[in-house]
Design a protein around this ligand. Structure first.
Ligand code: FAD
Length: 301
């Protein structure tokens, strides 16, 4: 499921592997949207589709429900996310059993964020404190049944005191049995390359999939930077500001920016990328078209 580490953007090499992230819908309109988007992207050679896990309540059930639908209706290889938040170890074990019985072959193993209004993550009673423990649980219980993905943070995770400390725990998480890393979104490739180099220097050899968000407005970019700690490059901020209230211009600028990121990543040998699509097909389709993916039949070896 994760990209092979050796491919490049050259025509004679395997095509870059593109994955996408969905979130489970909360409303009927949202339900129509995710299915419409899944259908629109279906023919575009998506390597796998991940689907996020909410902070609690019924949305969590919908991760599995919509994960199954994406598999059954559109034949995606689906990687459901799972977090430690609010679960005991036994509950997490039960959920992984259910995911196995439902036919999923991948899990994105995460710790999760502290509940709204709290700044510090606290493990549930009899729960898990770190994503690495969830990776270990899945490996111990299911052997090689699942391909396991984990999160990585170019720069560092916002709670980590230093990059070095965060890298130490990332390496530990990988050592528990992760198969690939998907990064937090970033708007500046200058954050990705040193992170990937530090991963390799720390002995991490699994694929590191860069997470790209084709943004469509300044407000959206600022919101994501605030929630996930990514930096907004001054040049991107300026371009979006210049767009003012022109939504079409902002959309175009955001896609162009993401395309430039992707082109550089592929040109420098990164084997694939993960698109945060926010359940919308259009930005992803435009990006794929502009960067020439998937390649027309005949170009693929
Ligand atoms: P961890 O790997 O446990 O790391 C969290 C912090 O603890 C880091 O600062 C790390 O350095 C430190 N740490 C790790 N292990 C140890 C240890 N043993 N001792 C001391 N410190 C340690 N959130 C959701 O709620 N649902 C989702 O579906 C979701 N999907 C995501 C997908 C991706 C690709 C990414 C990048 C993030 C996603 N998140 C999701 C957000 C994620 O849950 C948060 O970023 C969360 O704060 C950290 O999760 P983690 O799995 O990286 O945690």
């Amino acid at each position: 499921m994760p990209p092979t580490p050796s491919s490049t953007a050259h025509p004679e090499q395997p095509a870059p592997r593109v994955s996408v992230e969905f979130f489970p819908p909360k409303t009927e309109e949202g339900a129509r949207q995710i299915l419409k988007t899944a259908q629109a992207l279906q023919a575009h050679g998506i390597a796998f589709a991940s689907i996020t896990y909410g902070a609690g309540g019924s949305t969590r059930e919908r991760t599995i429900e919509y994960g199954e639908l994406l598999q059954q209706l559109f034949h995606y290889r689906v990687v459901p996310h799972l977090t430690c938040v609010g679960h005991t170890r036994d509950e997490l074990a039960g959920i992984t059993d259910r995911l196995a019985n439902t036919g999923f072959t991948g899990i994105m193993a995460l710790r999760g964020d502290p509940p709204r209004g709290e700044t510090e993550f606290r493990a549930s009673e009899n729960g898990l404190a770190h994503a690495s423990e969830l990776v270990a649980l899945i490996r111990k219980r299911h052997g090689g049944r699942f391909t396991i993905g984990v999160a990585g943070y170019p720069g560092k995770h916002p709670e980590a005191p230093t990059e070095a400390e965060d890298m130490k725990w990332l390496a530990h998480k990988v050592a528990q049995g992760a198969d690939f890393i998907t990064t937090q979104l970033f708007f500046d490739n200058a954050a990705y390359f040193p992170f990937a180099s530090r991963c390799r220097a720390a002995g991490i050899t699994i694929p590191i999939i860069p997470g790209i968000l084709p943004i469509t407005s300044l407000e959206q970019a600022l919101k994501f930077c605030h929630t996930c700690g990514a930096a907004l490059p001054a040049a991107l901020g300026r371009r979006l500001t210049e767009c003012g209230t022109d939504a079409v211009a902002a959309h175009t600028a955001g896609i162009e920016w993401a395309c430039a990121q992707v082109r550089e990543l592929l040109a420098r040998g990164v084997p694939g990328f993960h698109l945060y699509i926010l359940n919308r097909a259009r930005p992803a389709l435009e990006l794929l078209r502009q960067v020439g993916l998937p390649r027309p039949p005949g170009n693929t070896p």
